[in-house]
Design a protein around this ligand. Sequence first.
Ligand code: VAH
Length: 318
Amino acid sequence: NILVTGALGQVGSELVPALQERLGMERVVASDVRSLPPDRPIREGPFEVLDCTDRSRLEEVVEKYNVGTLYHLAAILSAKAEAQPELAWRVNMEGLYNVLEVARAYGCRVFVPSSIAAFGPSTPKDLTPQDTLQRPGSLYGVTKVAGELLCDYYALRFGLDVRGLRYPGLISYTAPPGGGTTDYAVEIFWEALRQGSYTSFLGPDTRLPMMYMPDAIRATLELMEADPARLRHRNAFNVAAFSCTPAELAAEIRKHLPHFKIHYQIDPVRQAIADSWPHTLDDSAAREEWGWKPAFDLAAMTADMLAQLSARWAVQGV
Ligand code: VAH
């Protein structure tokens, strides 16, 4: 069976239904440190309240459901980690250590996401290579690099089948953003439809690698289903879809909502984090080793996001 930690987060809210669709409702156990609010999309299937920093509780869930594969999504994201470093270290590092130790003890396979945040100001920003300098300036980035190294150590030292992706900024409409620096690219769609304007906390020319959530979910599943003999890398693969700036994203939205206006009120903390991240990624390793290929570019993502959000609101009448 499959256990997903951080299942109520931005990725988990879509990964759980995708796994349930593939493997059946009862084989996917969703878990989160928060209890399941009544209106969340994980309406059926097993759910457990689980704080990954509590190893005995993690072991209990892995045993109870005979877990064979663990998708470890529980983490404190970049902006929130700067505000709560102690919590971020505990969740992102002790939580990961517990997951790897329990996976080792119970013979589980593991997926652990990394991020473009694993790169820093001294990393080449254009077509950032798969193997390059990783000196991130954010605490979240430090935990992502440490996590990548810890996962590769477990693969090398103990033969643990642990794999990861360096997610770009992820854009989705199912769950609200969770404290990330790229969250402007999610909020902008909700505000564009609700009030026809959005005030961006990143400046107009901040170029970042982005990916539509359906591509990120497919990349995650395809990586976990890939033939391990072909993998020369494990933690973690660069995966790219498109890069854009807030100004370019606003212009794309205006193709659908001509009166949409974007304003800028820069948040120095998140601007400094974003400025330290790549502009574009070289994902040739993912393409060569497990056949990665994105499906959504900026135009396709924008059209689908607006269509999906409008449809949801038409139903819910927000
Ligand atoms: C964040 N969305 O902003 C996350 C991600 C690419 C950044 O790790 O923190």
